[in-house]
Write a protein that binds this ligand. Structure first.
Ligand SMILES: [Zn+2]
Length: 534
C-alpha cells in the first residue's frame, strides 16, 4: 500500500505542481492587468485544477489505501490524509456541483446589481456605510439601513435553495450537513470549534456589556436620542461588526509622507525576515484595471511569494503591508524539503493569525517609536488611546463573529426553521442590540459571506485568538518579558522562533498539534481575553 501511495503521489506531484504554478501566475497577471483574456486564462486553469480533484478513479485509489490502514510511515500518512480530504470534497455528481456554482453566481449578480434606495436615490454599499458613519440624523440613518436591508428579500429564497443544495451534496458524501462537512474537511471538529466559541463568549460577555454601555452613551449623545431608543442603524455600520469611532486618535498623521514599503522592509529585516526579494517581485502601487484590495500569493510553494497592494501613506496601508508580508514570510519559510502537498500553512487561520499578529503593529505605540515615526513622550500619550481603539475593534468584531458562526451552524442544521427570528435572537444575545419592533425580514441574507464564502467567517476569529496566544508566548517565553505590548523590532530571536515552530512545519501536523508543539497549549481564547478583555 505504501508503494502504491508513493506511486500515486509521484504522479500527482508531476501534474499538480506545474499546473498549480501556472494557475497562480495566471491569477497574479489577471489581477494586475484586469484584462478579460487574462481572467479567462486564469479561470480555465482553475477549472482544470479542480477537475483533478473530482477524478473518481484517483479518489478510489486513495480511499482503498486509506481504508486499508496499512500506511505506517507518519509523513506519508499525513500526505494521504491531506490528499484524501482535498479529493473528498470534490467527489460529487458534477451536475450538482455545477448547479451550486450557478446558484451562487445568480445570487452574486443580484448583490452586484443591487443599489439601496434611500429617499428615491439609488446608492452603493460604500455610500450606505458613509451615511451610517457620518450622519447624526436618526431618520436618515434608518432610511440608509433599511435601504440596504432591502436586498434581503431579493436573495433570501435563492440562498435557502443554495443551502439545501449544499446540504444535499454533504449528505451524499456522508456528512449530516454542509456546515459539518466544511469544518471537517478543513480538519476542524465542529464540537471543538463550538466549545471555543462558548468559552470566548463567557470570557468576553461582561466586558462587552460594559463597553456597550459606553458605546450607547456615546451614540445617544452624538445622535441626540434616548439610550433606550438606540436602534441598529445608530451603530455606524450595517452589521455593527466594526467599532464606532468614539475615541480621538489619528494614526494617519504618523504615516503621512512615509515610505510604507521601506518601513515594512526595515521592520521585517530587524526581526530576521528578509523580504527584499519578495518586495521586488510584488506589485505594490495603484494601476488602472488592477485589483483594488490586497493579497499574498505563493506562486510555486518553493519561495516565489508575491504581494499585491495599493499603498497609500496611511495607517491602514501600513497595517495591510505588515499583514500581507506576514502571510508572505510564512509561505517563504515553509520547509522546502517537505513533500509538495504539505508545503502549505497548517490551516488558513494559522497564516491569518501571523498576518494579524504583525498587522496589529501599525497601531502599536512602541512600533511608532522604533520606526522613528514619533518620540517616546508622544508615544506614551498615544499608547492608551490607540490600544482602546484596538480593544474596541476586537470586542465588537468578536461578538459579531459569534452571531455568524452560530447562525450558519443553525441554518445548515435546519434551513426550514424561522431564520429571520434566529438571526435577530442571536444579534440580541451576542451583540446586545435591539431588533426593530415587529421586524420580520431576512436581514441575515444581506451578509454576502453567507452565500459566497460559506462556513468560513469563524476562521477570522480563530486567527485573532492564535495571534494573541503567540504574542503572549513570545513575550513570556522567547523574550522572557512581562511586557505584552512590544513591537519586537530588532529581535531576531522572535523571527527565529516563528520560523522554526510555526512556518517550517507547514502542514506536517494538524493545526492544533502544531500550536501545541509551538506554545505548549492547544488553541485557547485565554490570551486573547488577557490582551483585550481584562
Ligand atoms: Zn490575510
Amino acid at each position: 500500500m505504501e508503494k502504491d501511495l508513493r506511486t500515486f503521489i509521484a504522479k500527482y506531484d508531476s501534474v499538480v505542481e506545474p499546473l498549480q504554478k501556472e494557475s497562480n501566475l495566471a491569477y497574479w497577471t489577471a489581477s494586475i492587468s484586469g484584462k478579460a483574456e487574462d481572467w479567462k486564462k486564469s479561470e480555465d486553469l482553475n477549472i482544470k485544477l479542480t477537475g483533478i480533484y473530482s477524478n473518481k478513479e484517483d479518489f478510489a485509489i486513495l480511499k482503498k489505501i486509506k481504508e486499508s490502514d496499512a500506511v505506517k510511515d507518519t509523513l506519508l500518512n499525513r500526505e494521504l490524509e491531506v490528499l484524501y480530504n482535498s479529493y473528498l470534497g470534490n467527489q460529487v455528481d458534477t451536475a450538482k456541483l455545477n448547479a451550486v456554482i450557478k446558484m451562487q453566481t445568480t445570487i452574486e449578480q443580484k448583490f452586484s446589481n443591487f443599489r439601496a434606495d434611500v429617499g428615491g436615490k439609488k446608492i452603493t454599499d460604500n455610500d450606505v456605510e458613509d451615511i451610517l458613519k457620518k450622519s447624526t440624523n436618526s431618520t436618515e440613518l434608518q432610511q440608509a439601513w433599511e435601504g440596504h436591508k432591502a436586498i434581503g428579500p431579493v436573495v433570501a429564497g435563492d440562498i435557502i435553495n443554495l443551502v439545501k443544495k449544499r446540504n444535499e451534496i454533504a449528505k451524499e458524501l456522508g456528512f449530516n450537513n454542509y456546515h459539518e462537512m466544511s469544518l471537517k474537511l478543513s480538519e476542524q471538529d465542529p464540537a471543538e470549534i463550538s466549545s471555543l466559541f462558548d468559552e470566548l463568549d463567557n470570557l468576553t460577555r461582561d466586558s462587552f456589556k460594559s463597553l456597550k454601555t459606553e458605546i450607547d452613551d456615546y451614540l445617544a449623545k452624538r445622535d441626540n436620542v434616548k439610550k433606550e431608543d438606540l436602534m441598529p442603524w445608530h451603530y455606524q455600520n450595517r452589521y455593527f461588526q466594526e467599532a464606532p469611532s468614539m475615541y480621538n486618535v489619528d494614526l494617519d498623521k504618523y504615516y503621512k509622507g512615509q515610505n510604507i514599503e521601506k518601513l515594512a522592509t526595515d521592520y521585517y529585516s530587524s526581526i530576521g525576515f528578509d523580504v527584499a526579494g519578495m518586495m521586488a517581485k510584488s506589485d505594490l502601487y495603484e494601476k488602472p484595471g488592477k485589483n483594488q484590495h490586497a493579497y499574498c500569493i505563493d506562486i510555486d510553494n518553493l519561495g516565489d511569494v508575491r504581494v499585491l497592494c495599493n499603498i497609500k501613506p496611511n495607517a491602514s496601508w501600513m497595517g495591510t503591508m505588515l499583514h500581507e508580508f506576514g502571510h508572505a514570510n510564512y509561505d517563504k519559510y515553509i520547509d522546502e524539503k517537505l513533500p509538495f502537498c504539505l508545503r502549505n500553512p497548517a490551516h488558513t487561520f494559522t497564516t491569518e493569525a501571523i498576518a494579524m499578529f504583525f498587522g496589529r503593529m501599525s497601531s502599536n505605540a512602541q512600533f511608532l517609536v522604533d520606526m522613528k515615526l514619533t518620540d517616546t513622550a508622544d508615544a506614551h500619550k498615544v499608547a492608551g488611546e490607540s490600544f482602546k481603539v484596538l480593544r474596541l475593534e476586537q470586542l465588537v468584531f468578536s461578538r459579531f463573529v459569534q452571531v455568524m458562526y452560530r447562525f450558519e451552524k443553525g441554518m445548515y442544521e435546519n434551513p426550514d426553521q424561522d431564520l429571520n427570528k434566529l438571526w435577530w435572537d442571536l444579534v440580541e444575545k451576542y451583540q446586545m442590540i435591539k431588533r426593530p419592533a415587529g421586524r420580520n425580514q431576512p436581514d441575515w441574507a444581506t451578509k454576502i459571506h453567507i452565500a459566497s464564502y460559506p462556513c468560513y467567517y469563524h476562521n477570522y476569529q480563530l486567527g485573532e485568538l492564535l495571534a494573541s496566544q503567540l504574542n503572549h508566548y513570545i513575550a513570556a517565553n522567547v523574550l522572557k518579558s512581562d511586557d505584552f505590548r512590544q513591537s519586537y523590532f530588532g529581535k531576531p530571536e522572535v523571527g527565529a522562533y516563528l520560523r522554526k515552530n510555526i512556518f517550517m512545519p507547514g502542514e506536517r501536523w494538524k493545526w492544533n498539534e502544531m500550536i501545541e508543539k509551538a506554545t505548549g497549549e492547544k488553541l485557547t481564547p485565554k490570551y486573547y481575553s488577557e490582551q483585550f478583555v481584562k
